[in-house]
Structure formats: structure tokens, C-alpha cells
Design a binder for this molecule. Structure first.
Ligand code: GLY
Length: 372
């Protein structure tokens, strides 16, 4: 079964790359072990929020911001192609503090954003409550990030898959890729396909986008990168009182209101291997923080809880580009907390690398060569 490109991993990163390559006329086969977009993509809260989550000006912030800027047009194009809507909203996000120490920490952390002229406003407790009347009286102050976006990650995944199917991507579901097939020519290694279950799929280029499973896929004669799963636990509430307009962050906890009345509360950062259990301790912590922030949520209904495994590298930066010692093998993985935010830009950069041979400067920063 030959293809121009075979992609390993049917999360949002793999699917957006497949779509982008198909748009450029490439014959793509994507192999997914279980079901499409049901791991980190499905578990995410759908926040597109580089200003809140990244606490200093660095190359990674600039990359995330580029990713954010692509989104509105990307969603529009998806809608035109599929008729599916991903509920992209520009209602902004709040970061709130409950004491002076926290407030000072936030002021220090966000100073550079004012200096850089990014959209950010400092708000008093009263101003915050005008934006979000349900906020606790104990909130002392905080910040508004008016241009942070959110979308429904599960709907986005459906739209990307539908678009890729429409453009002819061949999805092979339920086959576990254990090994990348290698050809040796005068000592140089070259990827020529994958072993998927009992089948071999040959291709001119192999792209490993298997998230925190990427490093376990063998490449005979070469090192593979180390990916660390970082568990994030989440709970969804449904409420008729205390409905929110915007995302609210307090420390590492966030409350993300969906249009259907649910509020998604996250999260944890746990190094527990591939264990996806949801624990009583984490739920207790998340619910306590949600109620502390918006007291009316005490009466809300718990409608869902789940966890996901963020794919992290040791330096918490993605791996994007060719394996330094294996021709025709690309990694697009390790997006850690920002897989949804970075999916469209990753897809565009990787597709340009494969089809046009153009290497955006960002790909040099995040080259797999730094870990292999
Ligand atoms: N980006 C959201 C999270 O990592 O929980």
C-alpha cells in the first residue's frame, strides 16, 4: 500500500498535517492506533491562550502567537470546506488573584506584555466583577486578556477529520505502528515506510506525530526522542446559575465556559507515566478552586471528568523537523500544553518542509537534532 507520505498518529497534529498535505496534492495515509483525536486533543480545554500560559517573552511565545494569529482564517476555511463550526470565540480571558502576594507575582510576570504593547488590561476587583459578576468577593484584582481565544476542541477535531477525508486522506484506524521501516544505503539511513500491525505501508516520507507515544516507535539503527506524558485531569460542570462569559484563570486552575452551559475546570500536571485514571484528590482540588473562584458553582452538576496525557519533551518545546540521522523521517510531536494552539501552524510548516523543502526559522529552533 504505497503513499507519498505516511503519518503516524491521528491526534490533531497528525490530522492537521494530513489535511495540509492533501491540500497540496500529496497522497497521504494516516495510521491511528485506536480512534482519531481521542487522546490529548479530546482531553484539552480548547484554550488558545499564549498570553496567560507563557510567562516571559521568548521564542516559544512568538511561535505560539503566530499560531494564534492563524486561527480565525483557519477555522473559516474549515467551515467553508466542511460546513462544520468549531465554536471559535474571542471573548478573552481573566487572570484573578486572591491576595497581595499573588497580585504582585502577576504584576511582575505580565510587565513585559505591557512593554511589548500586547492586549492586556489591569483590572480592580470591581472592574473584574463587572466583566464576570459571578466572581467571588475575595478576588482582589487581576488582568484581562481581551484577545485570547477559545474553541471547542472536539468539534475542531471533527471538522479537521471531515476536511481531510473530503480531500482524500486515507485513514487506517486500529493499526499499531511499532516500527519505522529503514533502508540503508552506504551507511546512511532512510525511512521508507512503517510496520502497522501485520501490514507494511511504504511511503516517500514518514511523519511521526504520535504525541507521547512518538518515542516508543522503533527506528532500527537510530535513536528516538524521549517523550514524557504529563497527566492533566479535568472536570466539567453544568450550571444555570454562575454562568461565565470568559475563561477565568487562577494560578494553574482554569474555568472555561462552553456555549452549551458547561464549564470545564482544569487541571493537574502529573508525572505518572501512561496512567489516565482520574483521582478523588485531583477532583477535590479542582472543584474546591472552582467554587472558591465562582461560589455559585457549588450548586452545579458534575457532568463529566477525564484526563489526558500532554506529550512533553525535557525542555518542554516541540520537536519539529527531520531526524538528523534518518533521511525522510520527520517528527512533529512534543507540543506539551499547546497542541491545539500550535496544530495549524505546525501543519503549515511541516507541509512546506515536505512539499517545497522550505525550512522556516522556527524549525531550526525546534529541530529534533537537539535531542537526538
Ligand atoms: N493548555 C492547557 C493545559 O495544558 O492544561
Amino acid at each position: 500500500m504505497p503513499a507519498d507520505v505516511v503519518i503516524i498518529g491521528g491526534g490533531l497534529i497528525g490530522c492537521t498535517i494530513a489535511l495540509e498535505l492533501a491540500r497540496k496534492g500529496v497522497a497521504v495515509t494516516l495510521v491511528e492506533r485506536v480512534r482519531l483525536c481521542t487522546e490529548a486533543t479530546w482531553a484539552s480545554a480548547g484554550m488558545l491562550a499564549p498570553q496567560i500560559e507563557i510567562d516571559s517573552r521568548n521564542d516559544f511565545f512568538d511561535f505560539c502567537y503566530r499560531g494564534l494569529e492563524l486561527y480565525p482564517q483557519y477555522i473559516e476555511e474549515l467551515r467553508e470546506l466542511t460546513g462544520l463550526d468549531s465554536s471559535l470565540r474571542v471573548e478573552g480571558a481573566l487572570q484573578v488573584a486572591f491576595d497581595e502576594v499573588e497580585l504582585k507575582k502577576l504584576a511582575k510576570c505580565y510587565r513585559w506584555q505591557f512593554e511589548a504593547g500586547l492586549p492586556i488590561e489591569e483590572l480592580s476587583a470591581e472592574q473584574l466583577r463587572e466583566h464576570e459578576p459571578g466572581l467571588s468577593d475575595e478576588v482582589l484584582g487581576g488582568y484581562l486578556f481581551p484577545q485570547e481565544l477559545q474553541l471547542d476542541n472536539r468539534r475542531l477535531a471533527e471538522a479537521v477529520v471531515a476536511a481531510a477525508q473530503k480531500l482524500g486522506v486515507n485513514f487506517v484506524i486500529g493499526a499499531d505502528v511499532t516500527e519505522i521501516l529503514i533502508d540503508r544505503n552506504r551507511g546512511r539511513l532512510k525511512a521508507i515506510g512503517v510496520r502497522a500491525g501485520n501490514d507494511m505501508i511504504t511511503a516517500g516520507v514518514v511523519i511521526n506525530a504520535a504525541g507521547c507515544w512518538s518515542g516508543g516507535i522503533r527506528v532500527e539503527g537510530a535513536k528516538t526522542p524521549k517523550l514524557i506524558p504529563v497527566r492533566g485531569q479535568m472536570v466539567a460542570l453544568r450550571t444555570t446559575v454562575g454562568r461565565l462569559r470568559r475563561i477565568i484563570h487562577t494560578g494553574h486552575t482554569y474555568l472555561v465556559p462552553r456555549l452549551d452551559g458547561r464549564i470545564i475546570v482544569g487541571t493537574t500536571f502529573e508525572y505518572v507515566g501512561y496512567d489516565k485514571r482520574v483521582t478523588a484528590e485531583a477532583l477535590q482540588m479542582l472543584l474546591a478552586r472552582a467554587i472558591k473562584t465562582v461560589p455559585a458553582l457549588a450548586k452545579s452538576e458534575v457532568v463529566e471528568f477525564w484526563s489526558g496525557l500532554r506529550p512533553a519533551t525535557e525542555d518542554k518545546r516541540p520537536l519539529l523537523g527531520y531526524h538528523p540521522e534518518v533521511d525522510a523521517l520527520i517528527y512533529a510531536t512534543g507540543h506539551y500544553r499547546d497542541g491545539v494552539l500550535l496544530a495549524p501552524i505546525t501543519a503549515k510548516l511541516i507541509a512546506a518542509l515536505v512539499v517545497d523543502g522550505t525550512e522556516d526559522a522556527v524549525l531550526r529552533l525546534y529541530s529534533p537534532a537537539r535531542v537526538l
